[in-house]
Write a protein that binds this ligand. Sequence first.
Ligand SMILES: CC(C)(COP(=O)(O)OP(=O)(O)OC[C@H]1O[C@@H](n2cnc3c(N)ncnc32)[C@H](O)[C@@H]1OP(=O)(O)O)[C@@H](O)C(=O)NCCC(=O)NCCS
Length: 237
Amino acid sequence: MMTPLLETPADYAAVERLTFAAFETMELPGRTRTDEHYLAHIMRGAAAFVPELDFVGEIVIDGDSLNPCGEIVANIMYTKSKIVRPDGGEIETLTFGPVSVKPELHNRGLGAEIIHHSLDRARELGYGAVIIVGHPRYYPRFGFKPAGGYNLTMPDGAAFDAFMALELAPGYLGADGGEWYEDKVFEIGQAAFDTWNKTFQASLLSRQRMSLIKDWNPKQTALKEAIARSDRQAVTL
Ligand SMILES: CC(C)(COP(=O)(O)OP(=O)(O)OC[C@H]1O[C@@H](n2cnc3c(N)ncnc32)[C@H](O)[C@@H]1OP(=O)(O)O)[C@@H](O)C(=O)NCCC(=O)NCCS
């Protein structure tokens, strides 16, 4: 059972590692870099970020109910976006992403759970609509429809299958249409990304080395081998 909780600063590094691992598995033709973990990192500082909808999904992997040892296995983040109407008027929309699930746990409903949870909360908070660019086979199950059906386009006038909208309040999007703009935080500068990512990758490598060392316990291995040989002297070592 996964528990969706609001993200706290203590979760930031784990969420960025989760985001990197999840998006590394994503197949997208023409993709040149995996940068969603950096997006998660900078998004929290953006004015458009919605902390009330920044959820982590935690599962207990060890311990018991009195002393649980949880692991963050899912995350979803939202920012405010907007529609600019043909007459220049604007309406606020929400956009989610990155949304990530630990690769080893894909296809078990965890993504659906955290997406439903956050959409319900967004509705409760009074937001009118969510607009995303995402997998056109995945998001319709949450009620997303092609945004072109609401006469919406991207800033360059394009509307395609992956460009989808969900009304949280019926009728919120209306029929006037317009151009949809996501927040500028999505415009990631290559140099800033490269600098930050260098440190991120180094810390990832050092964590991997540490966990290899932790798992390699020579005394434990010697003990297991001695038990297998019934070598009493070694067992009492
Ligand atoms: C997308 C993601 C969050 C879904 O989480 P999940 O827990 O694996 O998904 P669920 O168990 O709720 O749903 C599984 C369904 O999603 C579908 N799905 C998962 N990734 C998909 C993709 N890239 N394209 C289309 N469908 C996808 C599966 O085929 C499965 O479909 P089915 O129910 O018809 O069999 C997860 O796969 C992930 O972290 N992917 C990498 C990052 C990513 O792509 N994020 C979203 C960017 S828009």
